[in-house]
Design a protein around this ligand. Sequence first.
Ligand SMILES: C[S@@+](CC[C@H](N)C(=O)[O-])C[C@H]1O[C@@H](n2cnc3c(N)ncnc32)[C@H](O)[C@@H]1O
Length: 352
Amino acid sequence: MKTDKSDKKGAFRDVKKKIERRNMSTQLLVSVKDITTEIINLHSEIKGLFIGSLERAIRIGELLFQEKKAIPHGKFLSWIEKELPFKTRTAQNYMEVYKNREWANTQLLAYSDNHRELNSVYLMLKEGKKEEKELQSEKAREDLRQKGKDYIPGEEIKVIQGDFREITKQFPDNYFDHILTDPPYPGEYLPLWSDLGRIANRILKPSGFLIAYSGQFYLDKVMSMLSEHLEYYWLIVILHTLRTDIIQKNIGNYLRTILIFQKPPIQKQEKYITDLIPATPKQKELHSWQQTENGMNELLDKFTHIGDLILDPFAGSGTTLVSCRKNKRRCIGIEIEKRNVEIIKGRLVIVG
Ligand SMILES: C[S@@+](CC[C@H](N)C(=O)[O-])C[C@H]1O[C@@H](n2cnc3c(N)ncnc32)[C@H](O)[C@@H]1O
């Protein structure tokens, strides 16, 4: 009798569990269905919102043109600053949209109801953001070029415009304590590495380091070219937190490699160092290949001394020179592009 009772209790518990399970999965189904419906609704609303925003932007542009005509000449910009919750730049954008309204409308009509339509919207937004960033960078570069007009070459930090293969002819043998540089990465510049190794071997003091940022595409070739003139010492790595996708190799790249070669005789640096530099956010405002000051500071600290004379034969926007100034090293930078030299001068005026 006892067994019967407990069997019944067990069977009852099983049925209860089954019901509970079915209720849970029904609830789950309901919530999955709710989520799906909401996503579909939002997806279809996005098109409407986008078109609505564009129509409103066109209308604002039209009103701005009307107001510009109505108020006295020369008062329009101050009216925007005083009365409207956005800057004149935004007003100009609205007016541009209005001027291009026919094109904008044809773009909207051309959108079909598939995901490519959304991609185009996102691309437009992304492009707009990129353009805005590029405008800000151009302004920063132009400000620096203006400041650069006040540049007076100093005894300790100097920039020279020209091709390093020519300019370095003026320096005697064994002149520089170290070279810290960042040559261009694309394949067409590869032969420059051989010149760099040869010239470094002449103008570096014995045991002077050549510290060179290098991409990983041609690392084997670069190393063999440098090895013809200098001794390989070590490899330092900057570990970035953001990846760059290398499409050709299907690789997400986090590492920036820095080659350390030395003019014989090999002599170790005084300090105990590690071969990893933690990255700080990339700085690309002044040059598309600009390096961070943090990386340069760390390399100067690891391999050089206060008062050392450093050469950067590929100065770009001048990060090595700025970093040398801040770390009390002397430095000569060479850069082939006049526009970059003007930026370097501006940066040097600012760091003093
Ligand atoms: C990778 S960028 C240097 C970027 C720099 N580290 C910075 O933070 O701005 C290399 C630079 O080398 C310059 N360059 C290329 N060939 C050169 C040459 N033969 N002599 C001197 N500079 C050269 C390019 O104009 C470019 O600005």
